[in-house]
Design a binder for this molecule. Structure first.
Ligand SMILES: [Zn+2]
Length: 231
């Protein structure tokens, strides 16, 4: 903009046709003041690193994402142990680097899953598509996760937080399932790292036992105390 007029050539050069048209229709202010940067993602309009981060994630996932869902906010506010909660956050934020994601930027000799060695280690594979994790989901919950091979990791996390679709007829305690699943994802990734870095094999029975202990301890610690009853 210069002397109250848009530099139309410059606007058309910098933006696509639709954006350029929209910009050229913006009316000028009657006040003579300097241009400033404004953010639409903060109430004050002040631009910050946080608002840029939020905008970036919004553009990635849109408004109807898990991060904006009621269930996610409930989990985030809950007293569930910080570590598994942070792990889910990292998982759906794309911060967990599996071999198949690393291979895009780096030389990775073996992009295959360390458990089954047959499938690429995508971000979905270890957590619900690998035969190793599938057997654990099935043993504990009778759940056939192979039926969800079309799911993204976001879909799977959303299902974990909203599990009624999985257990419609079975009367499973949804909170218990969600707590178990959140601990499972975090612990399974730890087992994957131990296998890669220390060659320590996952022991299914021991693994399931330790998850159950964590969940029971967590549920016990967060149990709402009931009032004593008097005759
Ligand atoms: Zn695998």
């Amino acid at each position: 903009m210069d002397r109250g007029e848009w530099k139309t050539d410059l606007v058309h050069r910098l933006f696509d046709d639709i954006s350029a048209k929209a910009i050229l229709h913006i009316p000028f202010s009657n006040y003579d003041q300097k241009d400033i940067l404004k953010s639409f993602t903060t109430r004050s309009g002040n631009y910050s690193v946080k608002s840029a981060y939020f905008t970036n994630h919004q553009s990635k996932w849109g408004d109807s994402t898990l991060l904006n869902s009621h269930k996610w906010k409930k989990l985030w506010k809950s007293n569930i142990m910080e570590k598994p909660k942070m792990f889910i956050w990292r998982l759906i934020s794309g911060a967990i680097q599996t071999k198949a994601t690393l291979v895009v930027c780096f030389h990775v000799e073996d992009p295959y899953c360390p458990f089954c060695s047959t499938e690429l280690e995508t971000v979905e594979h270890p957590f619900f598509l690998c035969p190793c994790s599938q057997s654990l989901w099935f043993t504990k919950w009778g759940l056939r996760t192979d039926l969800f091979s079309h799911f993204s990791i976001m879909d799977w996390c959303n299902t974990i937080l909203n599990p009624s679709i999985l257990f419609y007829y079975q009367g499973i305690d949804e909170d218990q399932f969600t707590s178990w699943a959140v601990f499972f994802l975090d612990n399974f990734w730890q087992s994957r790292n131990l296998l890669i870095h220390e060659k320590r094999q996952l022991e299914p029975q021991q693994f399931l036992k330790s998850i159950s202990q964590c969940v029971n301890a967590f549920l016990e610690a967060n149990k709402v105390p009931t009032l004593p009853t008097y005759p």
